[in-house]
Design a protein around this ligand. Structure first.
Ligand code: ANZ
Length: 849
């Protein structure tokens, strides 16, 4: 009796779950196969919104699905609770970052409980707990011991007005995002993790993820790592001892080098200018100051005019002894390759633009009009499988003179003006010249990466203290393991405002330490770690979040991990995922885990937009999570979000129908109410048409879930509920066994999307809780036999063939079947089809020419 009361149902089942905690992962005694499902853990700001609701709905679909499939599922939750927002709240409102953080975490926990998320609540972690971050410190020490953590001085973006370091994203058009002051580069000594040592493995192992991670993410990671293959070539410089190395992807063009360019902000440029005339020194200094205000993105932009300064110094081409004038120009970056290039304007667009701007010679050394492999065109693929541009076919090389056209000849061709290389193709010329250089000791094969080492120092308070001391004589000594955790001091009394030096430096007492080796006084390191360190291994901490003896138990890790489904936003496609992959490989090398990739499959959901923009507090366009739990309620929010579209698509909250979801849930619930047969009814005796619908759904849904077509599953459930309603009202009636069977299947599948309503239905149907733990019913194959229909195939209006096809055949399949049929092939007699009209399941009509 009564209506569907979503909120009452929600509260009832949340209380039951809280009482019996049914979603804890099983321990060793549990012999079921395991699945590890993980949502990217949230940052505890106060603004949980529909974007979070979407993410955690998907996580729960997957976790609940695997439980129904008979797996022992681990689905934990934690908080990424260090970081800037807590500190900013502290600065703006005088709140203690710790109190602010933990108060927000409590709010989140309440919201997730209200959402009915099936977490293992016994495994909570917060990265800002000393019990957690001591293991960040442990990790830091292991990296340090392996030479993977080091300090170096490097330029950072610095706002002279705010006196703070800025992340690249905080620099807009060369200015501070906050105050508009011109940002300068300042050198600071900071800690780095040597992720570049793992560049090849991080790149090569992406191949294993192909098909399991979104293609887009794999591509973004490949680009970020950015491996280029080529050669290092050593040049002598007149009037200078030693050699200078450049990296080139086109060593084959060495004979075509006409000048040499160094990054203005490199040590080499400063040295060469210092050894030049007073006038050069002055012009260089002016230029350098200007370049220091530019971002790397501006410097790499191809459409701004080229600028530079001639240093009045000369490099010697190792292959032919030619003198090349040396320029400092901003299009060469200090921290890529070796910060210097041999410029080949005929075959490199940037070099050509520069040569034309400063009137430098252009020497063509590749004839791109010459065929490379005889008359048969061959498409060569590069390392990423992208076809290499075979070059434009033009009648003569003269017409294509780059000095005149302004277009560099970057395509394939045959070497000319290159002595012994003449006539060779690019590939052959590259190997040949590398051999030559190698023999002469002036070059070698080399690779270069766009990937930089990971800067982990933050001049901030709310993070993991770096576990080293600095001795008076300038040594760095690790804080011994038994003294960890090195905890943060109290925030009270510290000035947390950003000044470019860490607030911890102001904690005078805290800063005092002793050198563990000598007992002499020493100072602590005032920096804290980037919060990406915290999230780089957290998936392992869930195996024993309270373990005081180790970061994580290896045995458990090897049983559960890698994570089977990692679910979160595409905004983490690069950095977070790269860092976790890196740390996983380090832990593998340490023997701590027996796998090399952390996440077997990755699911990226799109964003939830409001008014066309991403929901965020700062834009004031939030639909709050907490309030929506009362109205329209958790189940309606979940169903509406999942049904709104494919996982990876962005959705507009305006288009999300929670009312539609509520109606559907009420319908499903009413079906369960209407069932009048007893739980022990014999299904086989029920209405066969409805049974076929039920069993089709049971058979199809697992594959749909595995393909993350969650919205399609909801649609199928809606169909099932409608079919059941029809049988109740106008068919065999509510006592028919097939109605009960359909209602039970509905409850079990609905559990993935609307667990409260599903539990309620299950109880109404006469069962004990929990439907969330019920194993999937196998579809009866005899009910899956497809109905077939006869389709006709016409060619130019004449029936040429009939085909037996499944009644649910789609248009593309039907057309394919028709084209492949012998009688159709004969009927076409080689004529070309110019038009195909396909009306599944019964008609295909071809028009020919
Ligand atoms: C000579 C040459 C001739 C080049 C040619 C290209 C074409 P990717 O593919 O991005 O790795 N280069 C090297 N170091 C650089 C730096 N620090 N800043 C700017 N450019 C740099 O690019 C590698 C190529 O970029 C290298 O190959 C070098 O120019 C340039 F027909 O050497 B090349």
């Amino acid at each position: 009796g009564g209506g569907y009361d979503a909120y009452a149902i929600q509260q009832k089942w949340q209380a039951r779950w809280a009482e019996s905690d049914p979603f804890r992962a099983g321990g060793d005694a549990d012999t079921r196969p395991r699945k590890y499902v993980l949502g990217m853990f949230p940052y505890p700001s106060g603004d949980l919104h529909m974007g979070h609701a979407e993410n955690y709905a998907y996580v729960d679909v997957v976790a609940r699905f695997w439980r129904h499939r008979g797996y022992n599922v681990l689905n934990p939750i934690g908080w990424d609770s260090f970081g800037l927002p807590a500190e900013n709240a502290a600065i703006q409102r005088g709140a203690d970052p710790r109190e602010w953080t933990y108060a927000n975490i409590e709010k989140h926990k309440k919201s997730f409980r209200e959402y009915g998320s099936s977490y293992d609540w016994s495994r909570i972690l917060h990265t800002s707990d000393p019990e957690y971050y001591r293991w960040n410190q442990w990790l830091f020490q292991r990296l340090y011991e392996r030479g993977l953590a080091y300090r170096k001085e490097s330029p950072v973006n610095w706002c002279p007005n705010d006196q703070t370091v800025l992340a690249n994203e905080q620099v807009v058009d060369g200015r501070c995002e906050r105050c508009g002051a011109e940002v300068i580069k300042k050198k600071l000594t900071q800690w780095y993790f040597r992720i570049t040592d793992y560049a090849d493995r991080l790149l090569d192992d992406l191949n294993q993820l192909e098909g399991f991670w979104p293609q887009k993410v794999i591509r973004m990671q490949r680009n970020w790592i950015g491996r280029s293959v080529g050669a290092d070539i050593d040049f002598e410089i007149e009037g200078r001892e030693g050699r200078v190395t450049v990296f080139s992807t086109r060593p084959d063009t060495l004979h075509g080098a006409t000048f040499f360019v160094v990054a203005p902000d490199s040590d080499l440029a400063a040295e060469l200018a210092a050894g030049s005339t007073a006038e050069v020194r002055m012009r260089f200094q002016d230029y350098l100051e200007r370049v220091q205000r530019e971002t790397d993105i501006e410097r790499q932009s191809t459409d701004r005019p080229k600028t530079g300064v001639f240093l009045d110094r000369w490099a010697i081409n190792p292959i032919n002894g030619e003198r090349l004038p040396i320029w400092a120009a901003d299009y060469v970056l200090a921290d890529y390759g070796h910060g210097a290039v041999m410029a080949v304007p005929a075959h490199d667009q940037r070099d050509l633009d520069f040569a034309r701007a400063f009137d430098l010679p252009v020497n063509v050394v590749v004839d791109t009009t010459a065929p490379i492999t005889g008359s048969i065109p061959v498409i060569e693929l590069d390392d990423d499988g992208v076809p290499i541009d075979p070059g434009t076919e033009a009648s003569s090389l003269d017409e294509m003179d780059p000095a005149r056209t302004g277009i560099a000849l970057t395509g394939e061709g045959r070497m000319i003006n290159s002595g012994p290389l003449d006539g060779l193709s690019k590939r052959n010329a590259i190997s040949r010249i590398i051999e030559q250089l190698q023999a002469a000791g002036t070059g070698r094969a080399a690779k270069s990466y766009r990937l930089r080492d990971w800067l982990i120092s933050r001049q901030r308070f709310w993070g993991t203290p770096i576990p080293v001391v600095h001795t008076e004589d300038g040594r760095i000594v690790l804080v011994p393991d038994e003294q960890l955790p090195l905890t943060l001091p109290d925030a009270a009394g510290l000035d947390l405002a950003p000044r470019g030096t860490s607030p911890l430096g102001g904690a005078t007492e805290w800063m005092q330490a002793v050198d563990p080796e000598t007992g002499e006084p020493a100072l602590r390191d005032p920096d804290t770690m980037d919060t990406f360190v915290d999230s780089s291994w957290y998936f392992l901490r869930f195996f024993a979040p309270n373990d005081a003896d180790e970061a994580f138990p290896t045995r458990e890790a090897n049983k559960w991990a890698p994570v089977d489904s990692y679910i979160g936003g595409v905004e983490h496609a690069i950095l977070h995922l790269l860092y976790v992959r890196f740390i996983t490989k380090v832990l593998f090398d340490m023997g701590e885990v027996d796998f090399t990739e952390p996440f077997s499959t990755l699911i990226n959901q799109g964003m939830v937009l409001l008014g066309g923009t991403k929901m965020s507090k700062s834009k004031g366009n939030l639909v709050e999570f907490a309030s929506s739990m009362v109205d329209p309620g958790a189940d309606a929010v979940r169903v509406a979000l999942v049904f709104a579209g494919p996982v990876e698509d962005d959705i507009n909250w305006e288009d999300v129908s929670t009312t539609g979801a509520q109606k559907f849930l009420a319908r499903a619930w009413r079906v369960a109410n209407d069932v009048t047969s007893a739980p022990d009814v014999i299904w086989a005796e029920g209405d066969q048409a409805l049974r076929r619908v039920t069993h089709r759904v049971l058979a199809d849904v697992p594959a749909l879930v595995e393909q993350t077509k969650f919205n399609v599953v909801v649609a199928r459930l809606m169909e099932l509920v409608n079919a059941t309603r029809k049988t109740i009202d106008t068919g065999a009636g509510p006592a028919d066994p097939a109605v009960r069977e359909a209602a039970e299947a509905t409850a079990m599948i609905l559990d993935m999307f609307a667990p409260h309503t599903a539990e309620e239905m299950w109880e109404i149907l006469g069962y004990k809780p929990f439907v969330g733990l019920v194993t999937w019913r196998t579809a009866d194959p005899t009910l899956l036999v497809e109905d077939t229909v006869t389709a006709v195939v016409q060619i130019d209006g004449k029936v040429r063939a009939t085909l037996e096809v499944p009644s649910r055949v789609d248009g593309a399949t039907l057309e394919r079947l028709a084209r492949a049929d012998d009688r159709v092939v004969r009927g076409l007699a080689g004529r070309e089809i110019v038009r195909a009209v396909v009306r599944p399941p019964k008609v295909v009509s071809f028009t020919t020419r």
